[in-house]
Design a protein around this ligand. Structure first.
Ligand SMILES: *[C@@H]1O[C@H](CO)[C@@H](O)[C@H](O)[C@H]1NC(C)=O
Ligand SMILES: *[C@@H]1O[C@H](CO)[C@@H](O)[C@H](O)[C@H]1NC(C)=O
Ligand SMILES: *[C@@H]1O[C@H](CO)[C@@H](O)[C@H](O)[C@H]1NC(C)=O
Ligand SMILES: *[C@@H]1O[C@H](CO)[C@@H](O)[C@H](O)[C@H]1NC(C)=O
Length: 494
């Protein structure tokens, strides 16, 4: 049995295990949650000032403040989540607050979002320090990056059994408690207009957390969070649609043959319970994965990282991730529109430095924490995952939240087709037909992508961008983010 088919068997077992878990696991309606929150709140915190970052090695000079550190989410268990918060670069007190989440599950929002995609400091390719990102999203909003759940990045629990419970539900609840306690540290942000954004597997986290906030807000005794909308990039949304899109995209982009595509179309019932018990289907999907092993599934037209295979523990990374998800991400274009698929290693080197950990209030600089960009164990052992968050979309649309979804159209992992299948299954009325959008700042104004507006939802593509869109199109992404915050579609004329 080759590696790919072994992986598929593993996947099948995982899915079977998942099905069983979902079937027997009771729906927990945790009424004690609110009490727990306010209890931990009463004990007070040091205030955001204790978390002010003042001496981050290699940091470019900037005029805004940024904070990093832990927020305890469960005192009894000794559970704490790590955050990094960058105030907006100008007029921070007038700008909204945006929480950014990366996916995996098991991958770090600090390692990807903050330091490779949309944060103000991007990890330098020599691992020595940071460089300024002129397209940082904190030029438009106060940006909060959370490493979630425990086990991701610097976040941890002192109770090892907590790690057996990781899944969507656990993640949403801890993130919610985190927000409550974070607002105690930063009271001036408590009533601020709030948005949640994320990509990849955060396509599940973001709506799930938004739903929890929306539900909890109905209780006048709980913290009222001014959640106004969500922004999702290449998001995992509905497993059936995501698989169908992945396969159809591979076929329509010449990664697999007509024959393989036909076999999959005829034998895979992605909607059903036992998709992976049909051998013809698993063999067809194996073939897709086998072909994707040859290229970068997250960006199908760019080069794979050559130097990466030295780190033995990372060897299986792309394929493992491929079975589920993550933002195996890239770097802002440097020369010839390229990017750096090896950048993950630089981030790892940087965040394991004693002086960096000390500056970020992670450790005393002696007892170091092991930071890695993705925690594979979490990824492998993820215990509950909602098969679809489309019902949550419906609920949030009805609630009047702003929902914008974007998709880099050269991503094979959560391809634009997956997202279109998901959104079209919502059956929303179209209010503004498919059209190109432009970003004026480019030297020669080109089509940035296309967009379509629905009643309650906006969908846009980024032409020529891979899975982690801001890595490929930093300027366009910032313009799009700005449009999202304003609630105004990007320009549809040159
Ligand atoms: C976890 O344990 C360490 C060592 O005892 C302690 O310093 C830390 O405060 C604990 N974390 C939490 C969140 O209680
Ligand atoms: C899927 O499984 C559930 C229970 O495990 C069952 O009720 C349902 O009928 C199944 N659906 C299909 C399409 O087989
Ligand atoms: C699998 O494909 C073969 C033809 O290649 C066909 O004879 C067989 O019936 C298929 N099995 C299933 C379960 O669809
Ligand atoms: C970090 O990893 C190294 C080996 O890579 C190990 O020796 C060390 O004990 C780990 N530290 C922690 C705190 O887990």
């Amino acid at each position: 049995m080759d590696f790919v088919s072994k992986m598929t068997v593993d996947l099948r077992n995982t899915l079977l295990a998942l099905t069983v878990l979902l079937a027997v696991k009771p729906v927990v309606c945790d009424h004690s949650r609110r009490l727990e929150l306010w209890d931990s709140g009463k004990k007070g915190t040091s205030g955001g000032n204790g978390d002010l970052v003042t001496d981050l090695p290699g940091q470019p000079n900037v005029a805004f403040r940024h904070y990093a550190g832990y927020v305890t989410v469960n005192e009894a268990h000794g559970r704490a989540l790590f955050y990094w918060f960058y105030e907006a670069s100008t007029r921070a007190d007038e700008k909204p607050l945006v929480l950014w989440l990366n996916g995996g599950p098991g991958c770090s929002s600090v390692g990807y979002g903050a330091t490779q995609e949309i944060g103000p400091f991007i990890v330098d390719t020599h691992g020595n320090g940071l460089k300024h990102n002129p397209y940082s999203w904190n030029t438009k909003a106060n940006m909060l990056f959370l490493e979630s759940p425990i086990g991701v990045g610097f976040s941890y629990s002192n109770t090892t059994s907590d790690y057996n419970n990781l899944g969507d539900d656990f993640t949403a609840k801890d993130a919610y408690i985190f927000l409550n306690n974070w607002f105690l540290k930063f009271p001036s942000y408590r009533k601020r207009t709030f948005y949640i954004a994320g990509e990849s597997y955060a396509g599940k986290y973001v709506p799930e957390l938004a739903e929890l906030i929306y539900d909890m807000n109905k209780d006048p005794n709980s913290l009222q969070i001014d959640l106004q909308g969500i922004l999702l990039g290449n998001p995992e949304t509905s497993d059936a649609e995501d698989w169908r899109g992945l396969v159809d995209y591979a076929w329509s982009h010449a990664v697999i043959s007509d024959e393989t595509h036909k076999i999959i179309r005829e034998s895979c019932d992605f909607e059903g319970n036992d998709t992976w018990s049909n051998n013809n289907c698993t063999e067809g999907v194996d073939e897709v994965l086998k072909q994707y092993k040859e290229i970068d599934i997250y960006s199908i037209y760019t080069s794979v990282c050559i130097g990466n295979s030295a780190g033995s523990d990372d060897r299986s990374l792309p394929l493992m991730i491929l079975m589920k998800r993550t933002s195996k991400t890239k770097m802002i274009p440097r020369i010839m529109g390229g990017y750096d698929p090896c950048l993950d290693e630089y981030a790892k080197a940087f965040y394991n430095r004693p002086d960096v950990q000390k500056a970020l209030h992670v450790s005393d600089g002696h007892q170091l924490k092991n930071w890695s960009i993705c925690n594979m164990k979490i990824f492998e052992e993820w215990s509950d995952s909602k098969p679809s968050v489309l019902p949550i979309y419906k609920k949030l649309i009805t609630a009047g939240l702003r929902i914008w979804v974007y998709s880099g159209d050269t991503d094979g992992r959560v391809p634009v087709l997956s997202t279109r299948y998901s959104l079209s299954s919502l059956g929303l009325p179209i209010t503004k037909a498919w059209r190109p959008w432009y970003h004026q700042k480019e030297p020669l104004v080109q089509v940035s992508g296309w967009f379509q507006e629905y009643e309650g939802l906006m969908f846009a593509t980024f032409r020529g961008a891979g899975h982690a869109v801001p890595c490929f199109k930093p300027s366009n992404s910032l313009a799009f983010f700005s449009a999202f915050l304003l609630g105004e579609a990007p320009p549809s004329a040159r």
